[in-house]
Design a protein around this ligand. Structure first.
Ligand SMILES: [Fe+2]
Ligand SMILES: [Fe+2]
Length: 318
């Protein structure tokens, strides 16, 4: 429907949009929205979908080497969930007028990003536990507020995703509990893995607020509800007692309870490393993209077959 059909000017439509945001209602695909809002959402949802899909690789690496059938089935279910998250999110992005195929092309051509965390390698089975605990834990902190995002399809996808993410975090923590109650060698594995994943997990919240120019606009639009630094603080406060319960040391000497603030103080992550990883020079960037590209090419026949089948079905019913 065109603007003229409604007899509304662009200014009127903008007013309706602003009112919807101000009253904390949801913007739906049929609604008028500013082009910049649409573009921001497409970029954010695509980046999020890509992260779910690329995020299958570091843990997928351990499926064939899981230490027991039980561990294998848990890990398999978790990695499959991540694929599902990617699908919900690509579907949410498609309601904004982009094509999933186009987004995948952008990912494999290195034109769209995904979370920096997945560019680190998984070196031991303890990483499966630590990723569930810290990486899915950080994802939950980031994603719970997105359940109230102003864009309806994204908010609804996030509700379902968050339920599954909390299962992911628990399975990780349960694995770590088993390991810390095991042998000295297992405890050392958990500590070593925590040392590697702690800082990259803090970086998952993005650059410090002073270095995050788009945050304010996203908050005004009700896409983001908290700043990067607020979420990072929430994650640290939530994680310290969990680390204590596991008997694991978080690798930061600056990590201390601040009575006045009522929060833990902690050191600054290495933002130079963060920028390097984001811009493609992390330990696994090239490997992750090459793997994704190969999977996409090898899956071409499946997409063609599905397309041919759908066409046939349509013709049949016509
Ligand atoms: Fe996920
Ligand atoms: Fe997850």
């Amino acid at each position: 429907m065109t603007t003229a059909e409604h007899g509304l000017t662009e200014e009127d439509l903008h007013g309706v949009f602003d009112e919807t945001i101000a009253t904390d209602q949801r913007i739906e695909p049929r609604d008028w929205m500013p082009e910049a809002y649409r573009k921001t959402l497409i970029r954010q949802i695509a980046q999020h979908a890509h992260s779910e899909i690329i995020g299958m690789q570091p843990e997928g690496n351990w499926i064939l080497r899981a230490p027991s059938l039980r561990r294998k089935s848990i890990l398999l279910a978790k990695v499959q969930d991540e694929a599902g998250h990617g699908m919900y999110l690509y579907a949410a992005a498609e309601t904004l007028g982009v094509d999933r195929e186009e987004l995948t092309e952008k990912l494999i051509d290195n034109k769209q990003k995904y979370s920096s965390i997945f560019n680190y390698p998984t070196l031991s089975y303890a990483d499966v536990g630590v990723i569930g605990w810290l990486v899915d834990g950080a994802a939950i902190c980031n994603q719970v507020p997105l359940c109230r995002c102003s864009y309806g399809p994204y908010a609804r996808a996030m509700i379902r995703i968050c339920k599954e993410e909390s299962f992911h975090q628990r399975q990780g923590y349960e694995l770590l509990l088993a390991m810390v109650n095991g042998t000295d060698e297992q405890r050392a594995m958990v500590q070593e893995s925590t040392n590697r994943f702690w800082w990259p997990s803090l970086m998952m919240f993005g650059p410090p607020d002073g270095d995050s120019p788009n945050t304010q606009q996203s908050m005004d639009w009700g896409i983001k509800r908290h700043t990067n630094d607020e979420l990072r603080q929430r994650f640290v406060d939530m994680t310290v007692p969990q680390a204590e319960a596991l008997g694991v040391t978080l690798p930061d000497e600056g990590l201390v309870w601040n009575e006045t603030r009522g929060h833990y103080d902690f050191s600054e992550p290495d933002w130079t490393e963060f920028k390097a990883v984001i811009s493609g020079s992390g330990p696994c960037n090239a490997q992750r993209l090459a793997h994704r590209r190969r999977a996409h090419e090898e899956g071409a026949w499946v997409r063609e077959a599905a397309q041919a089948y759908a066409t046939k079905q349509r013709e049949g019913s016509a």
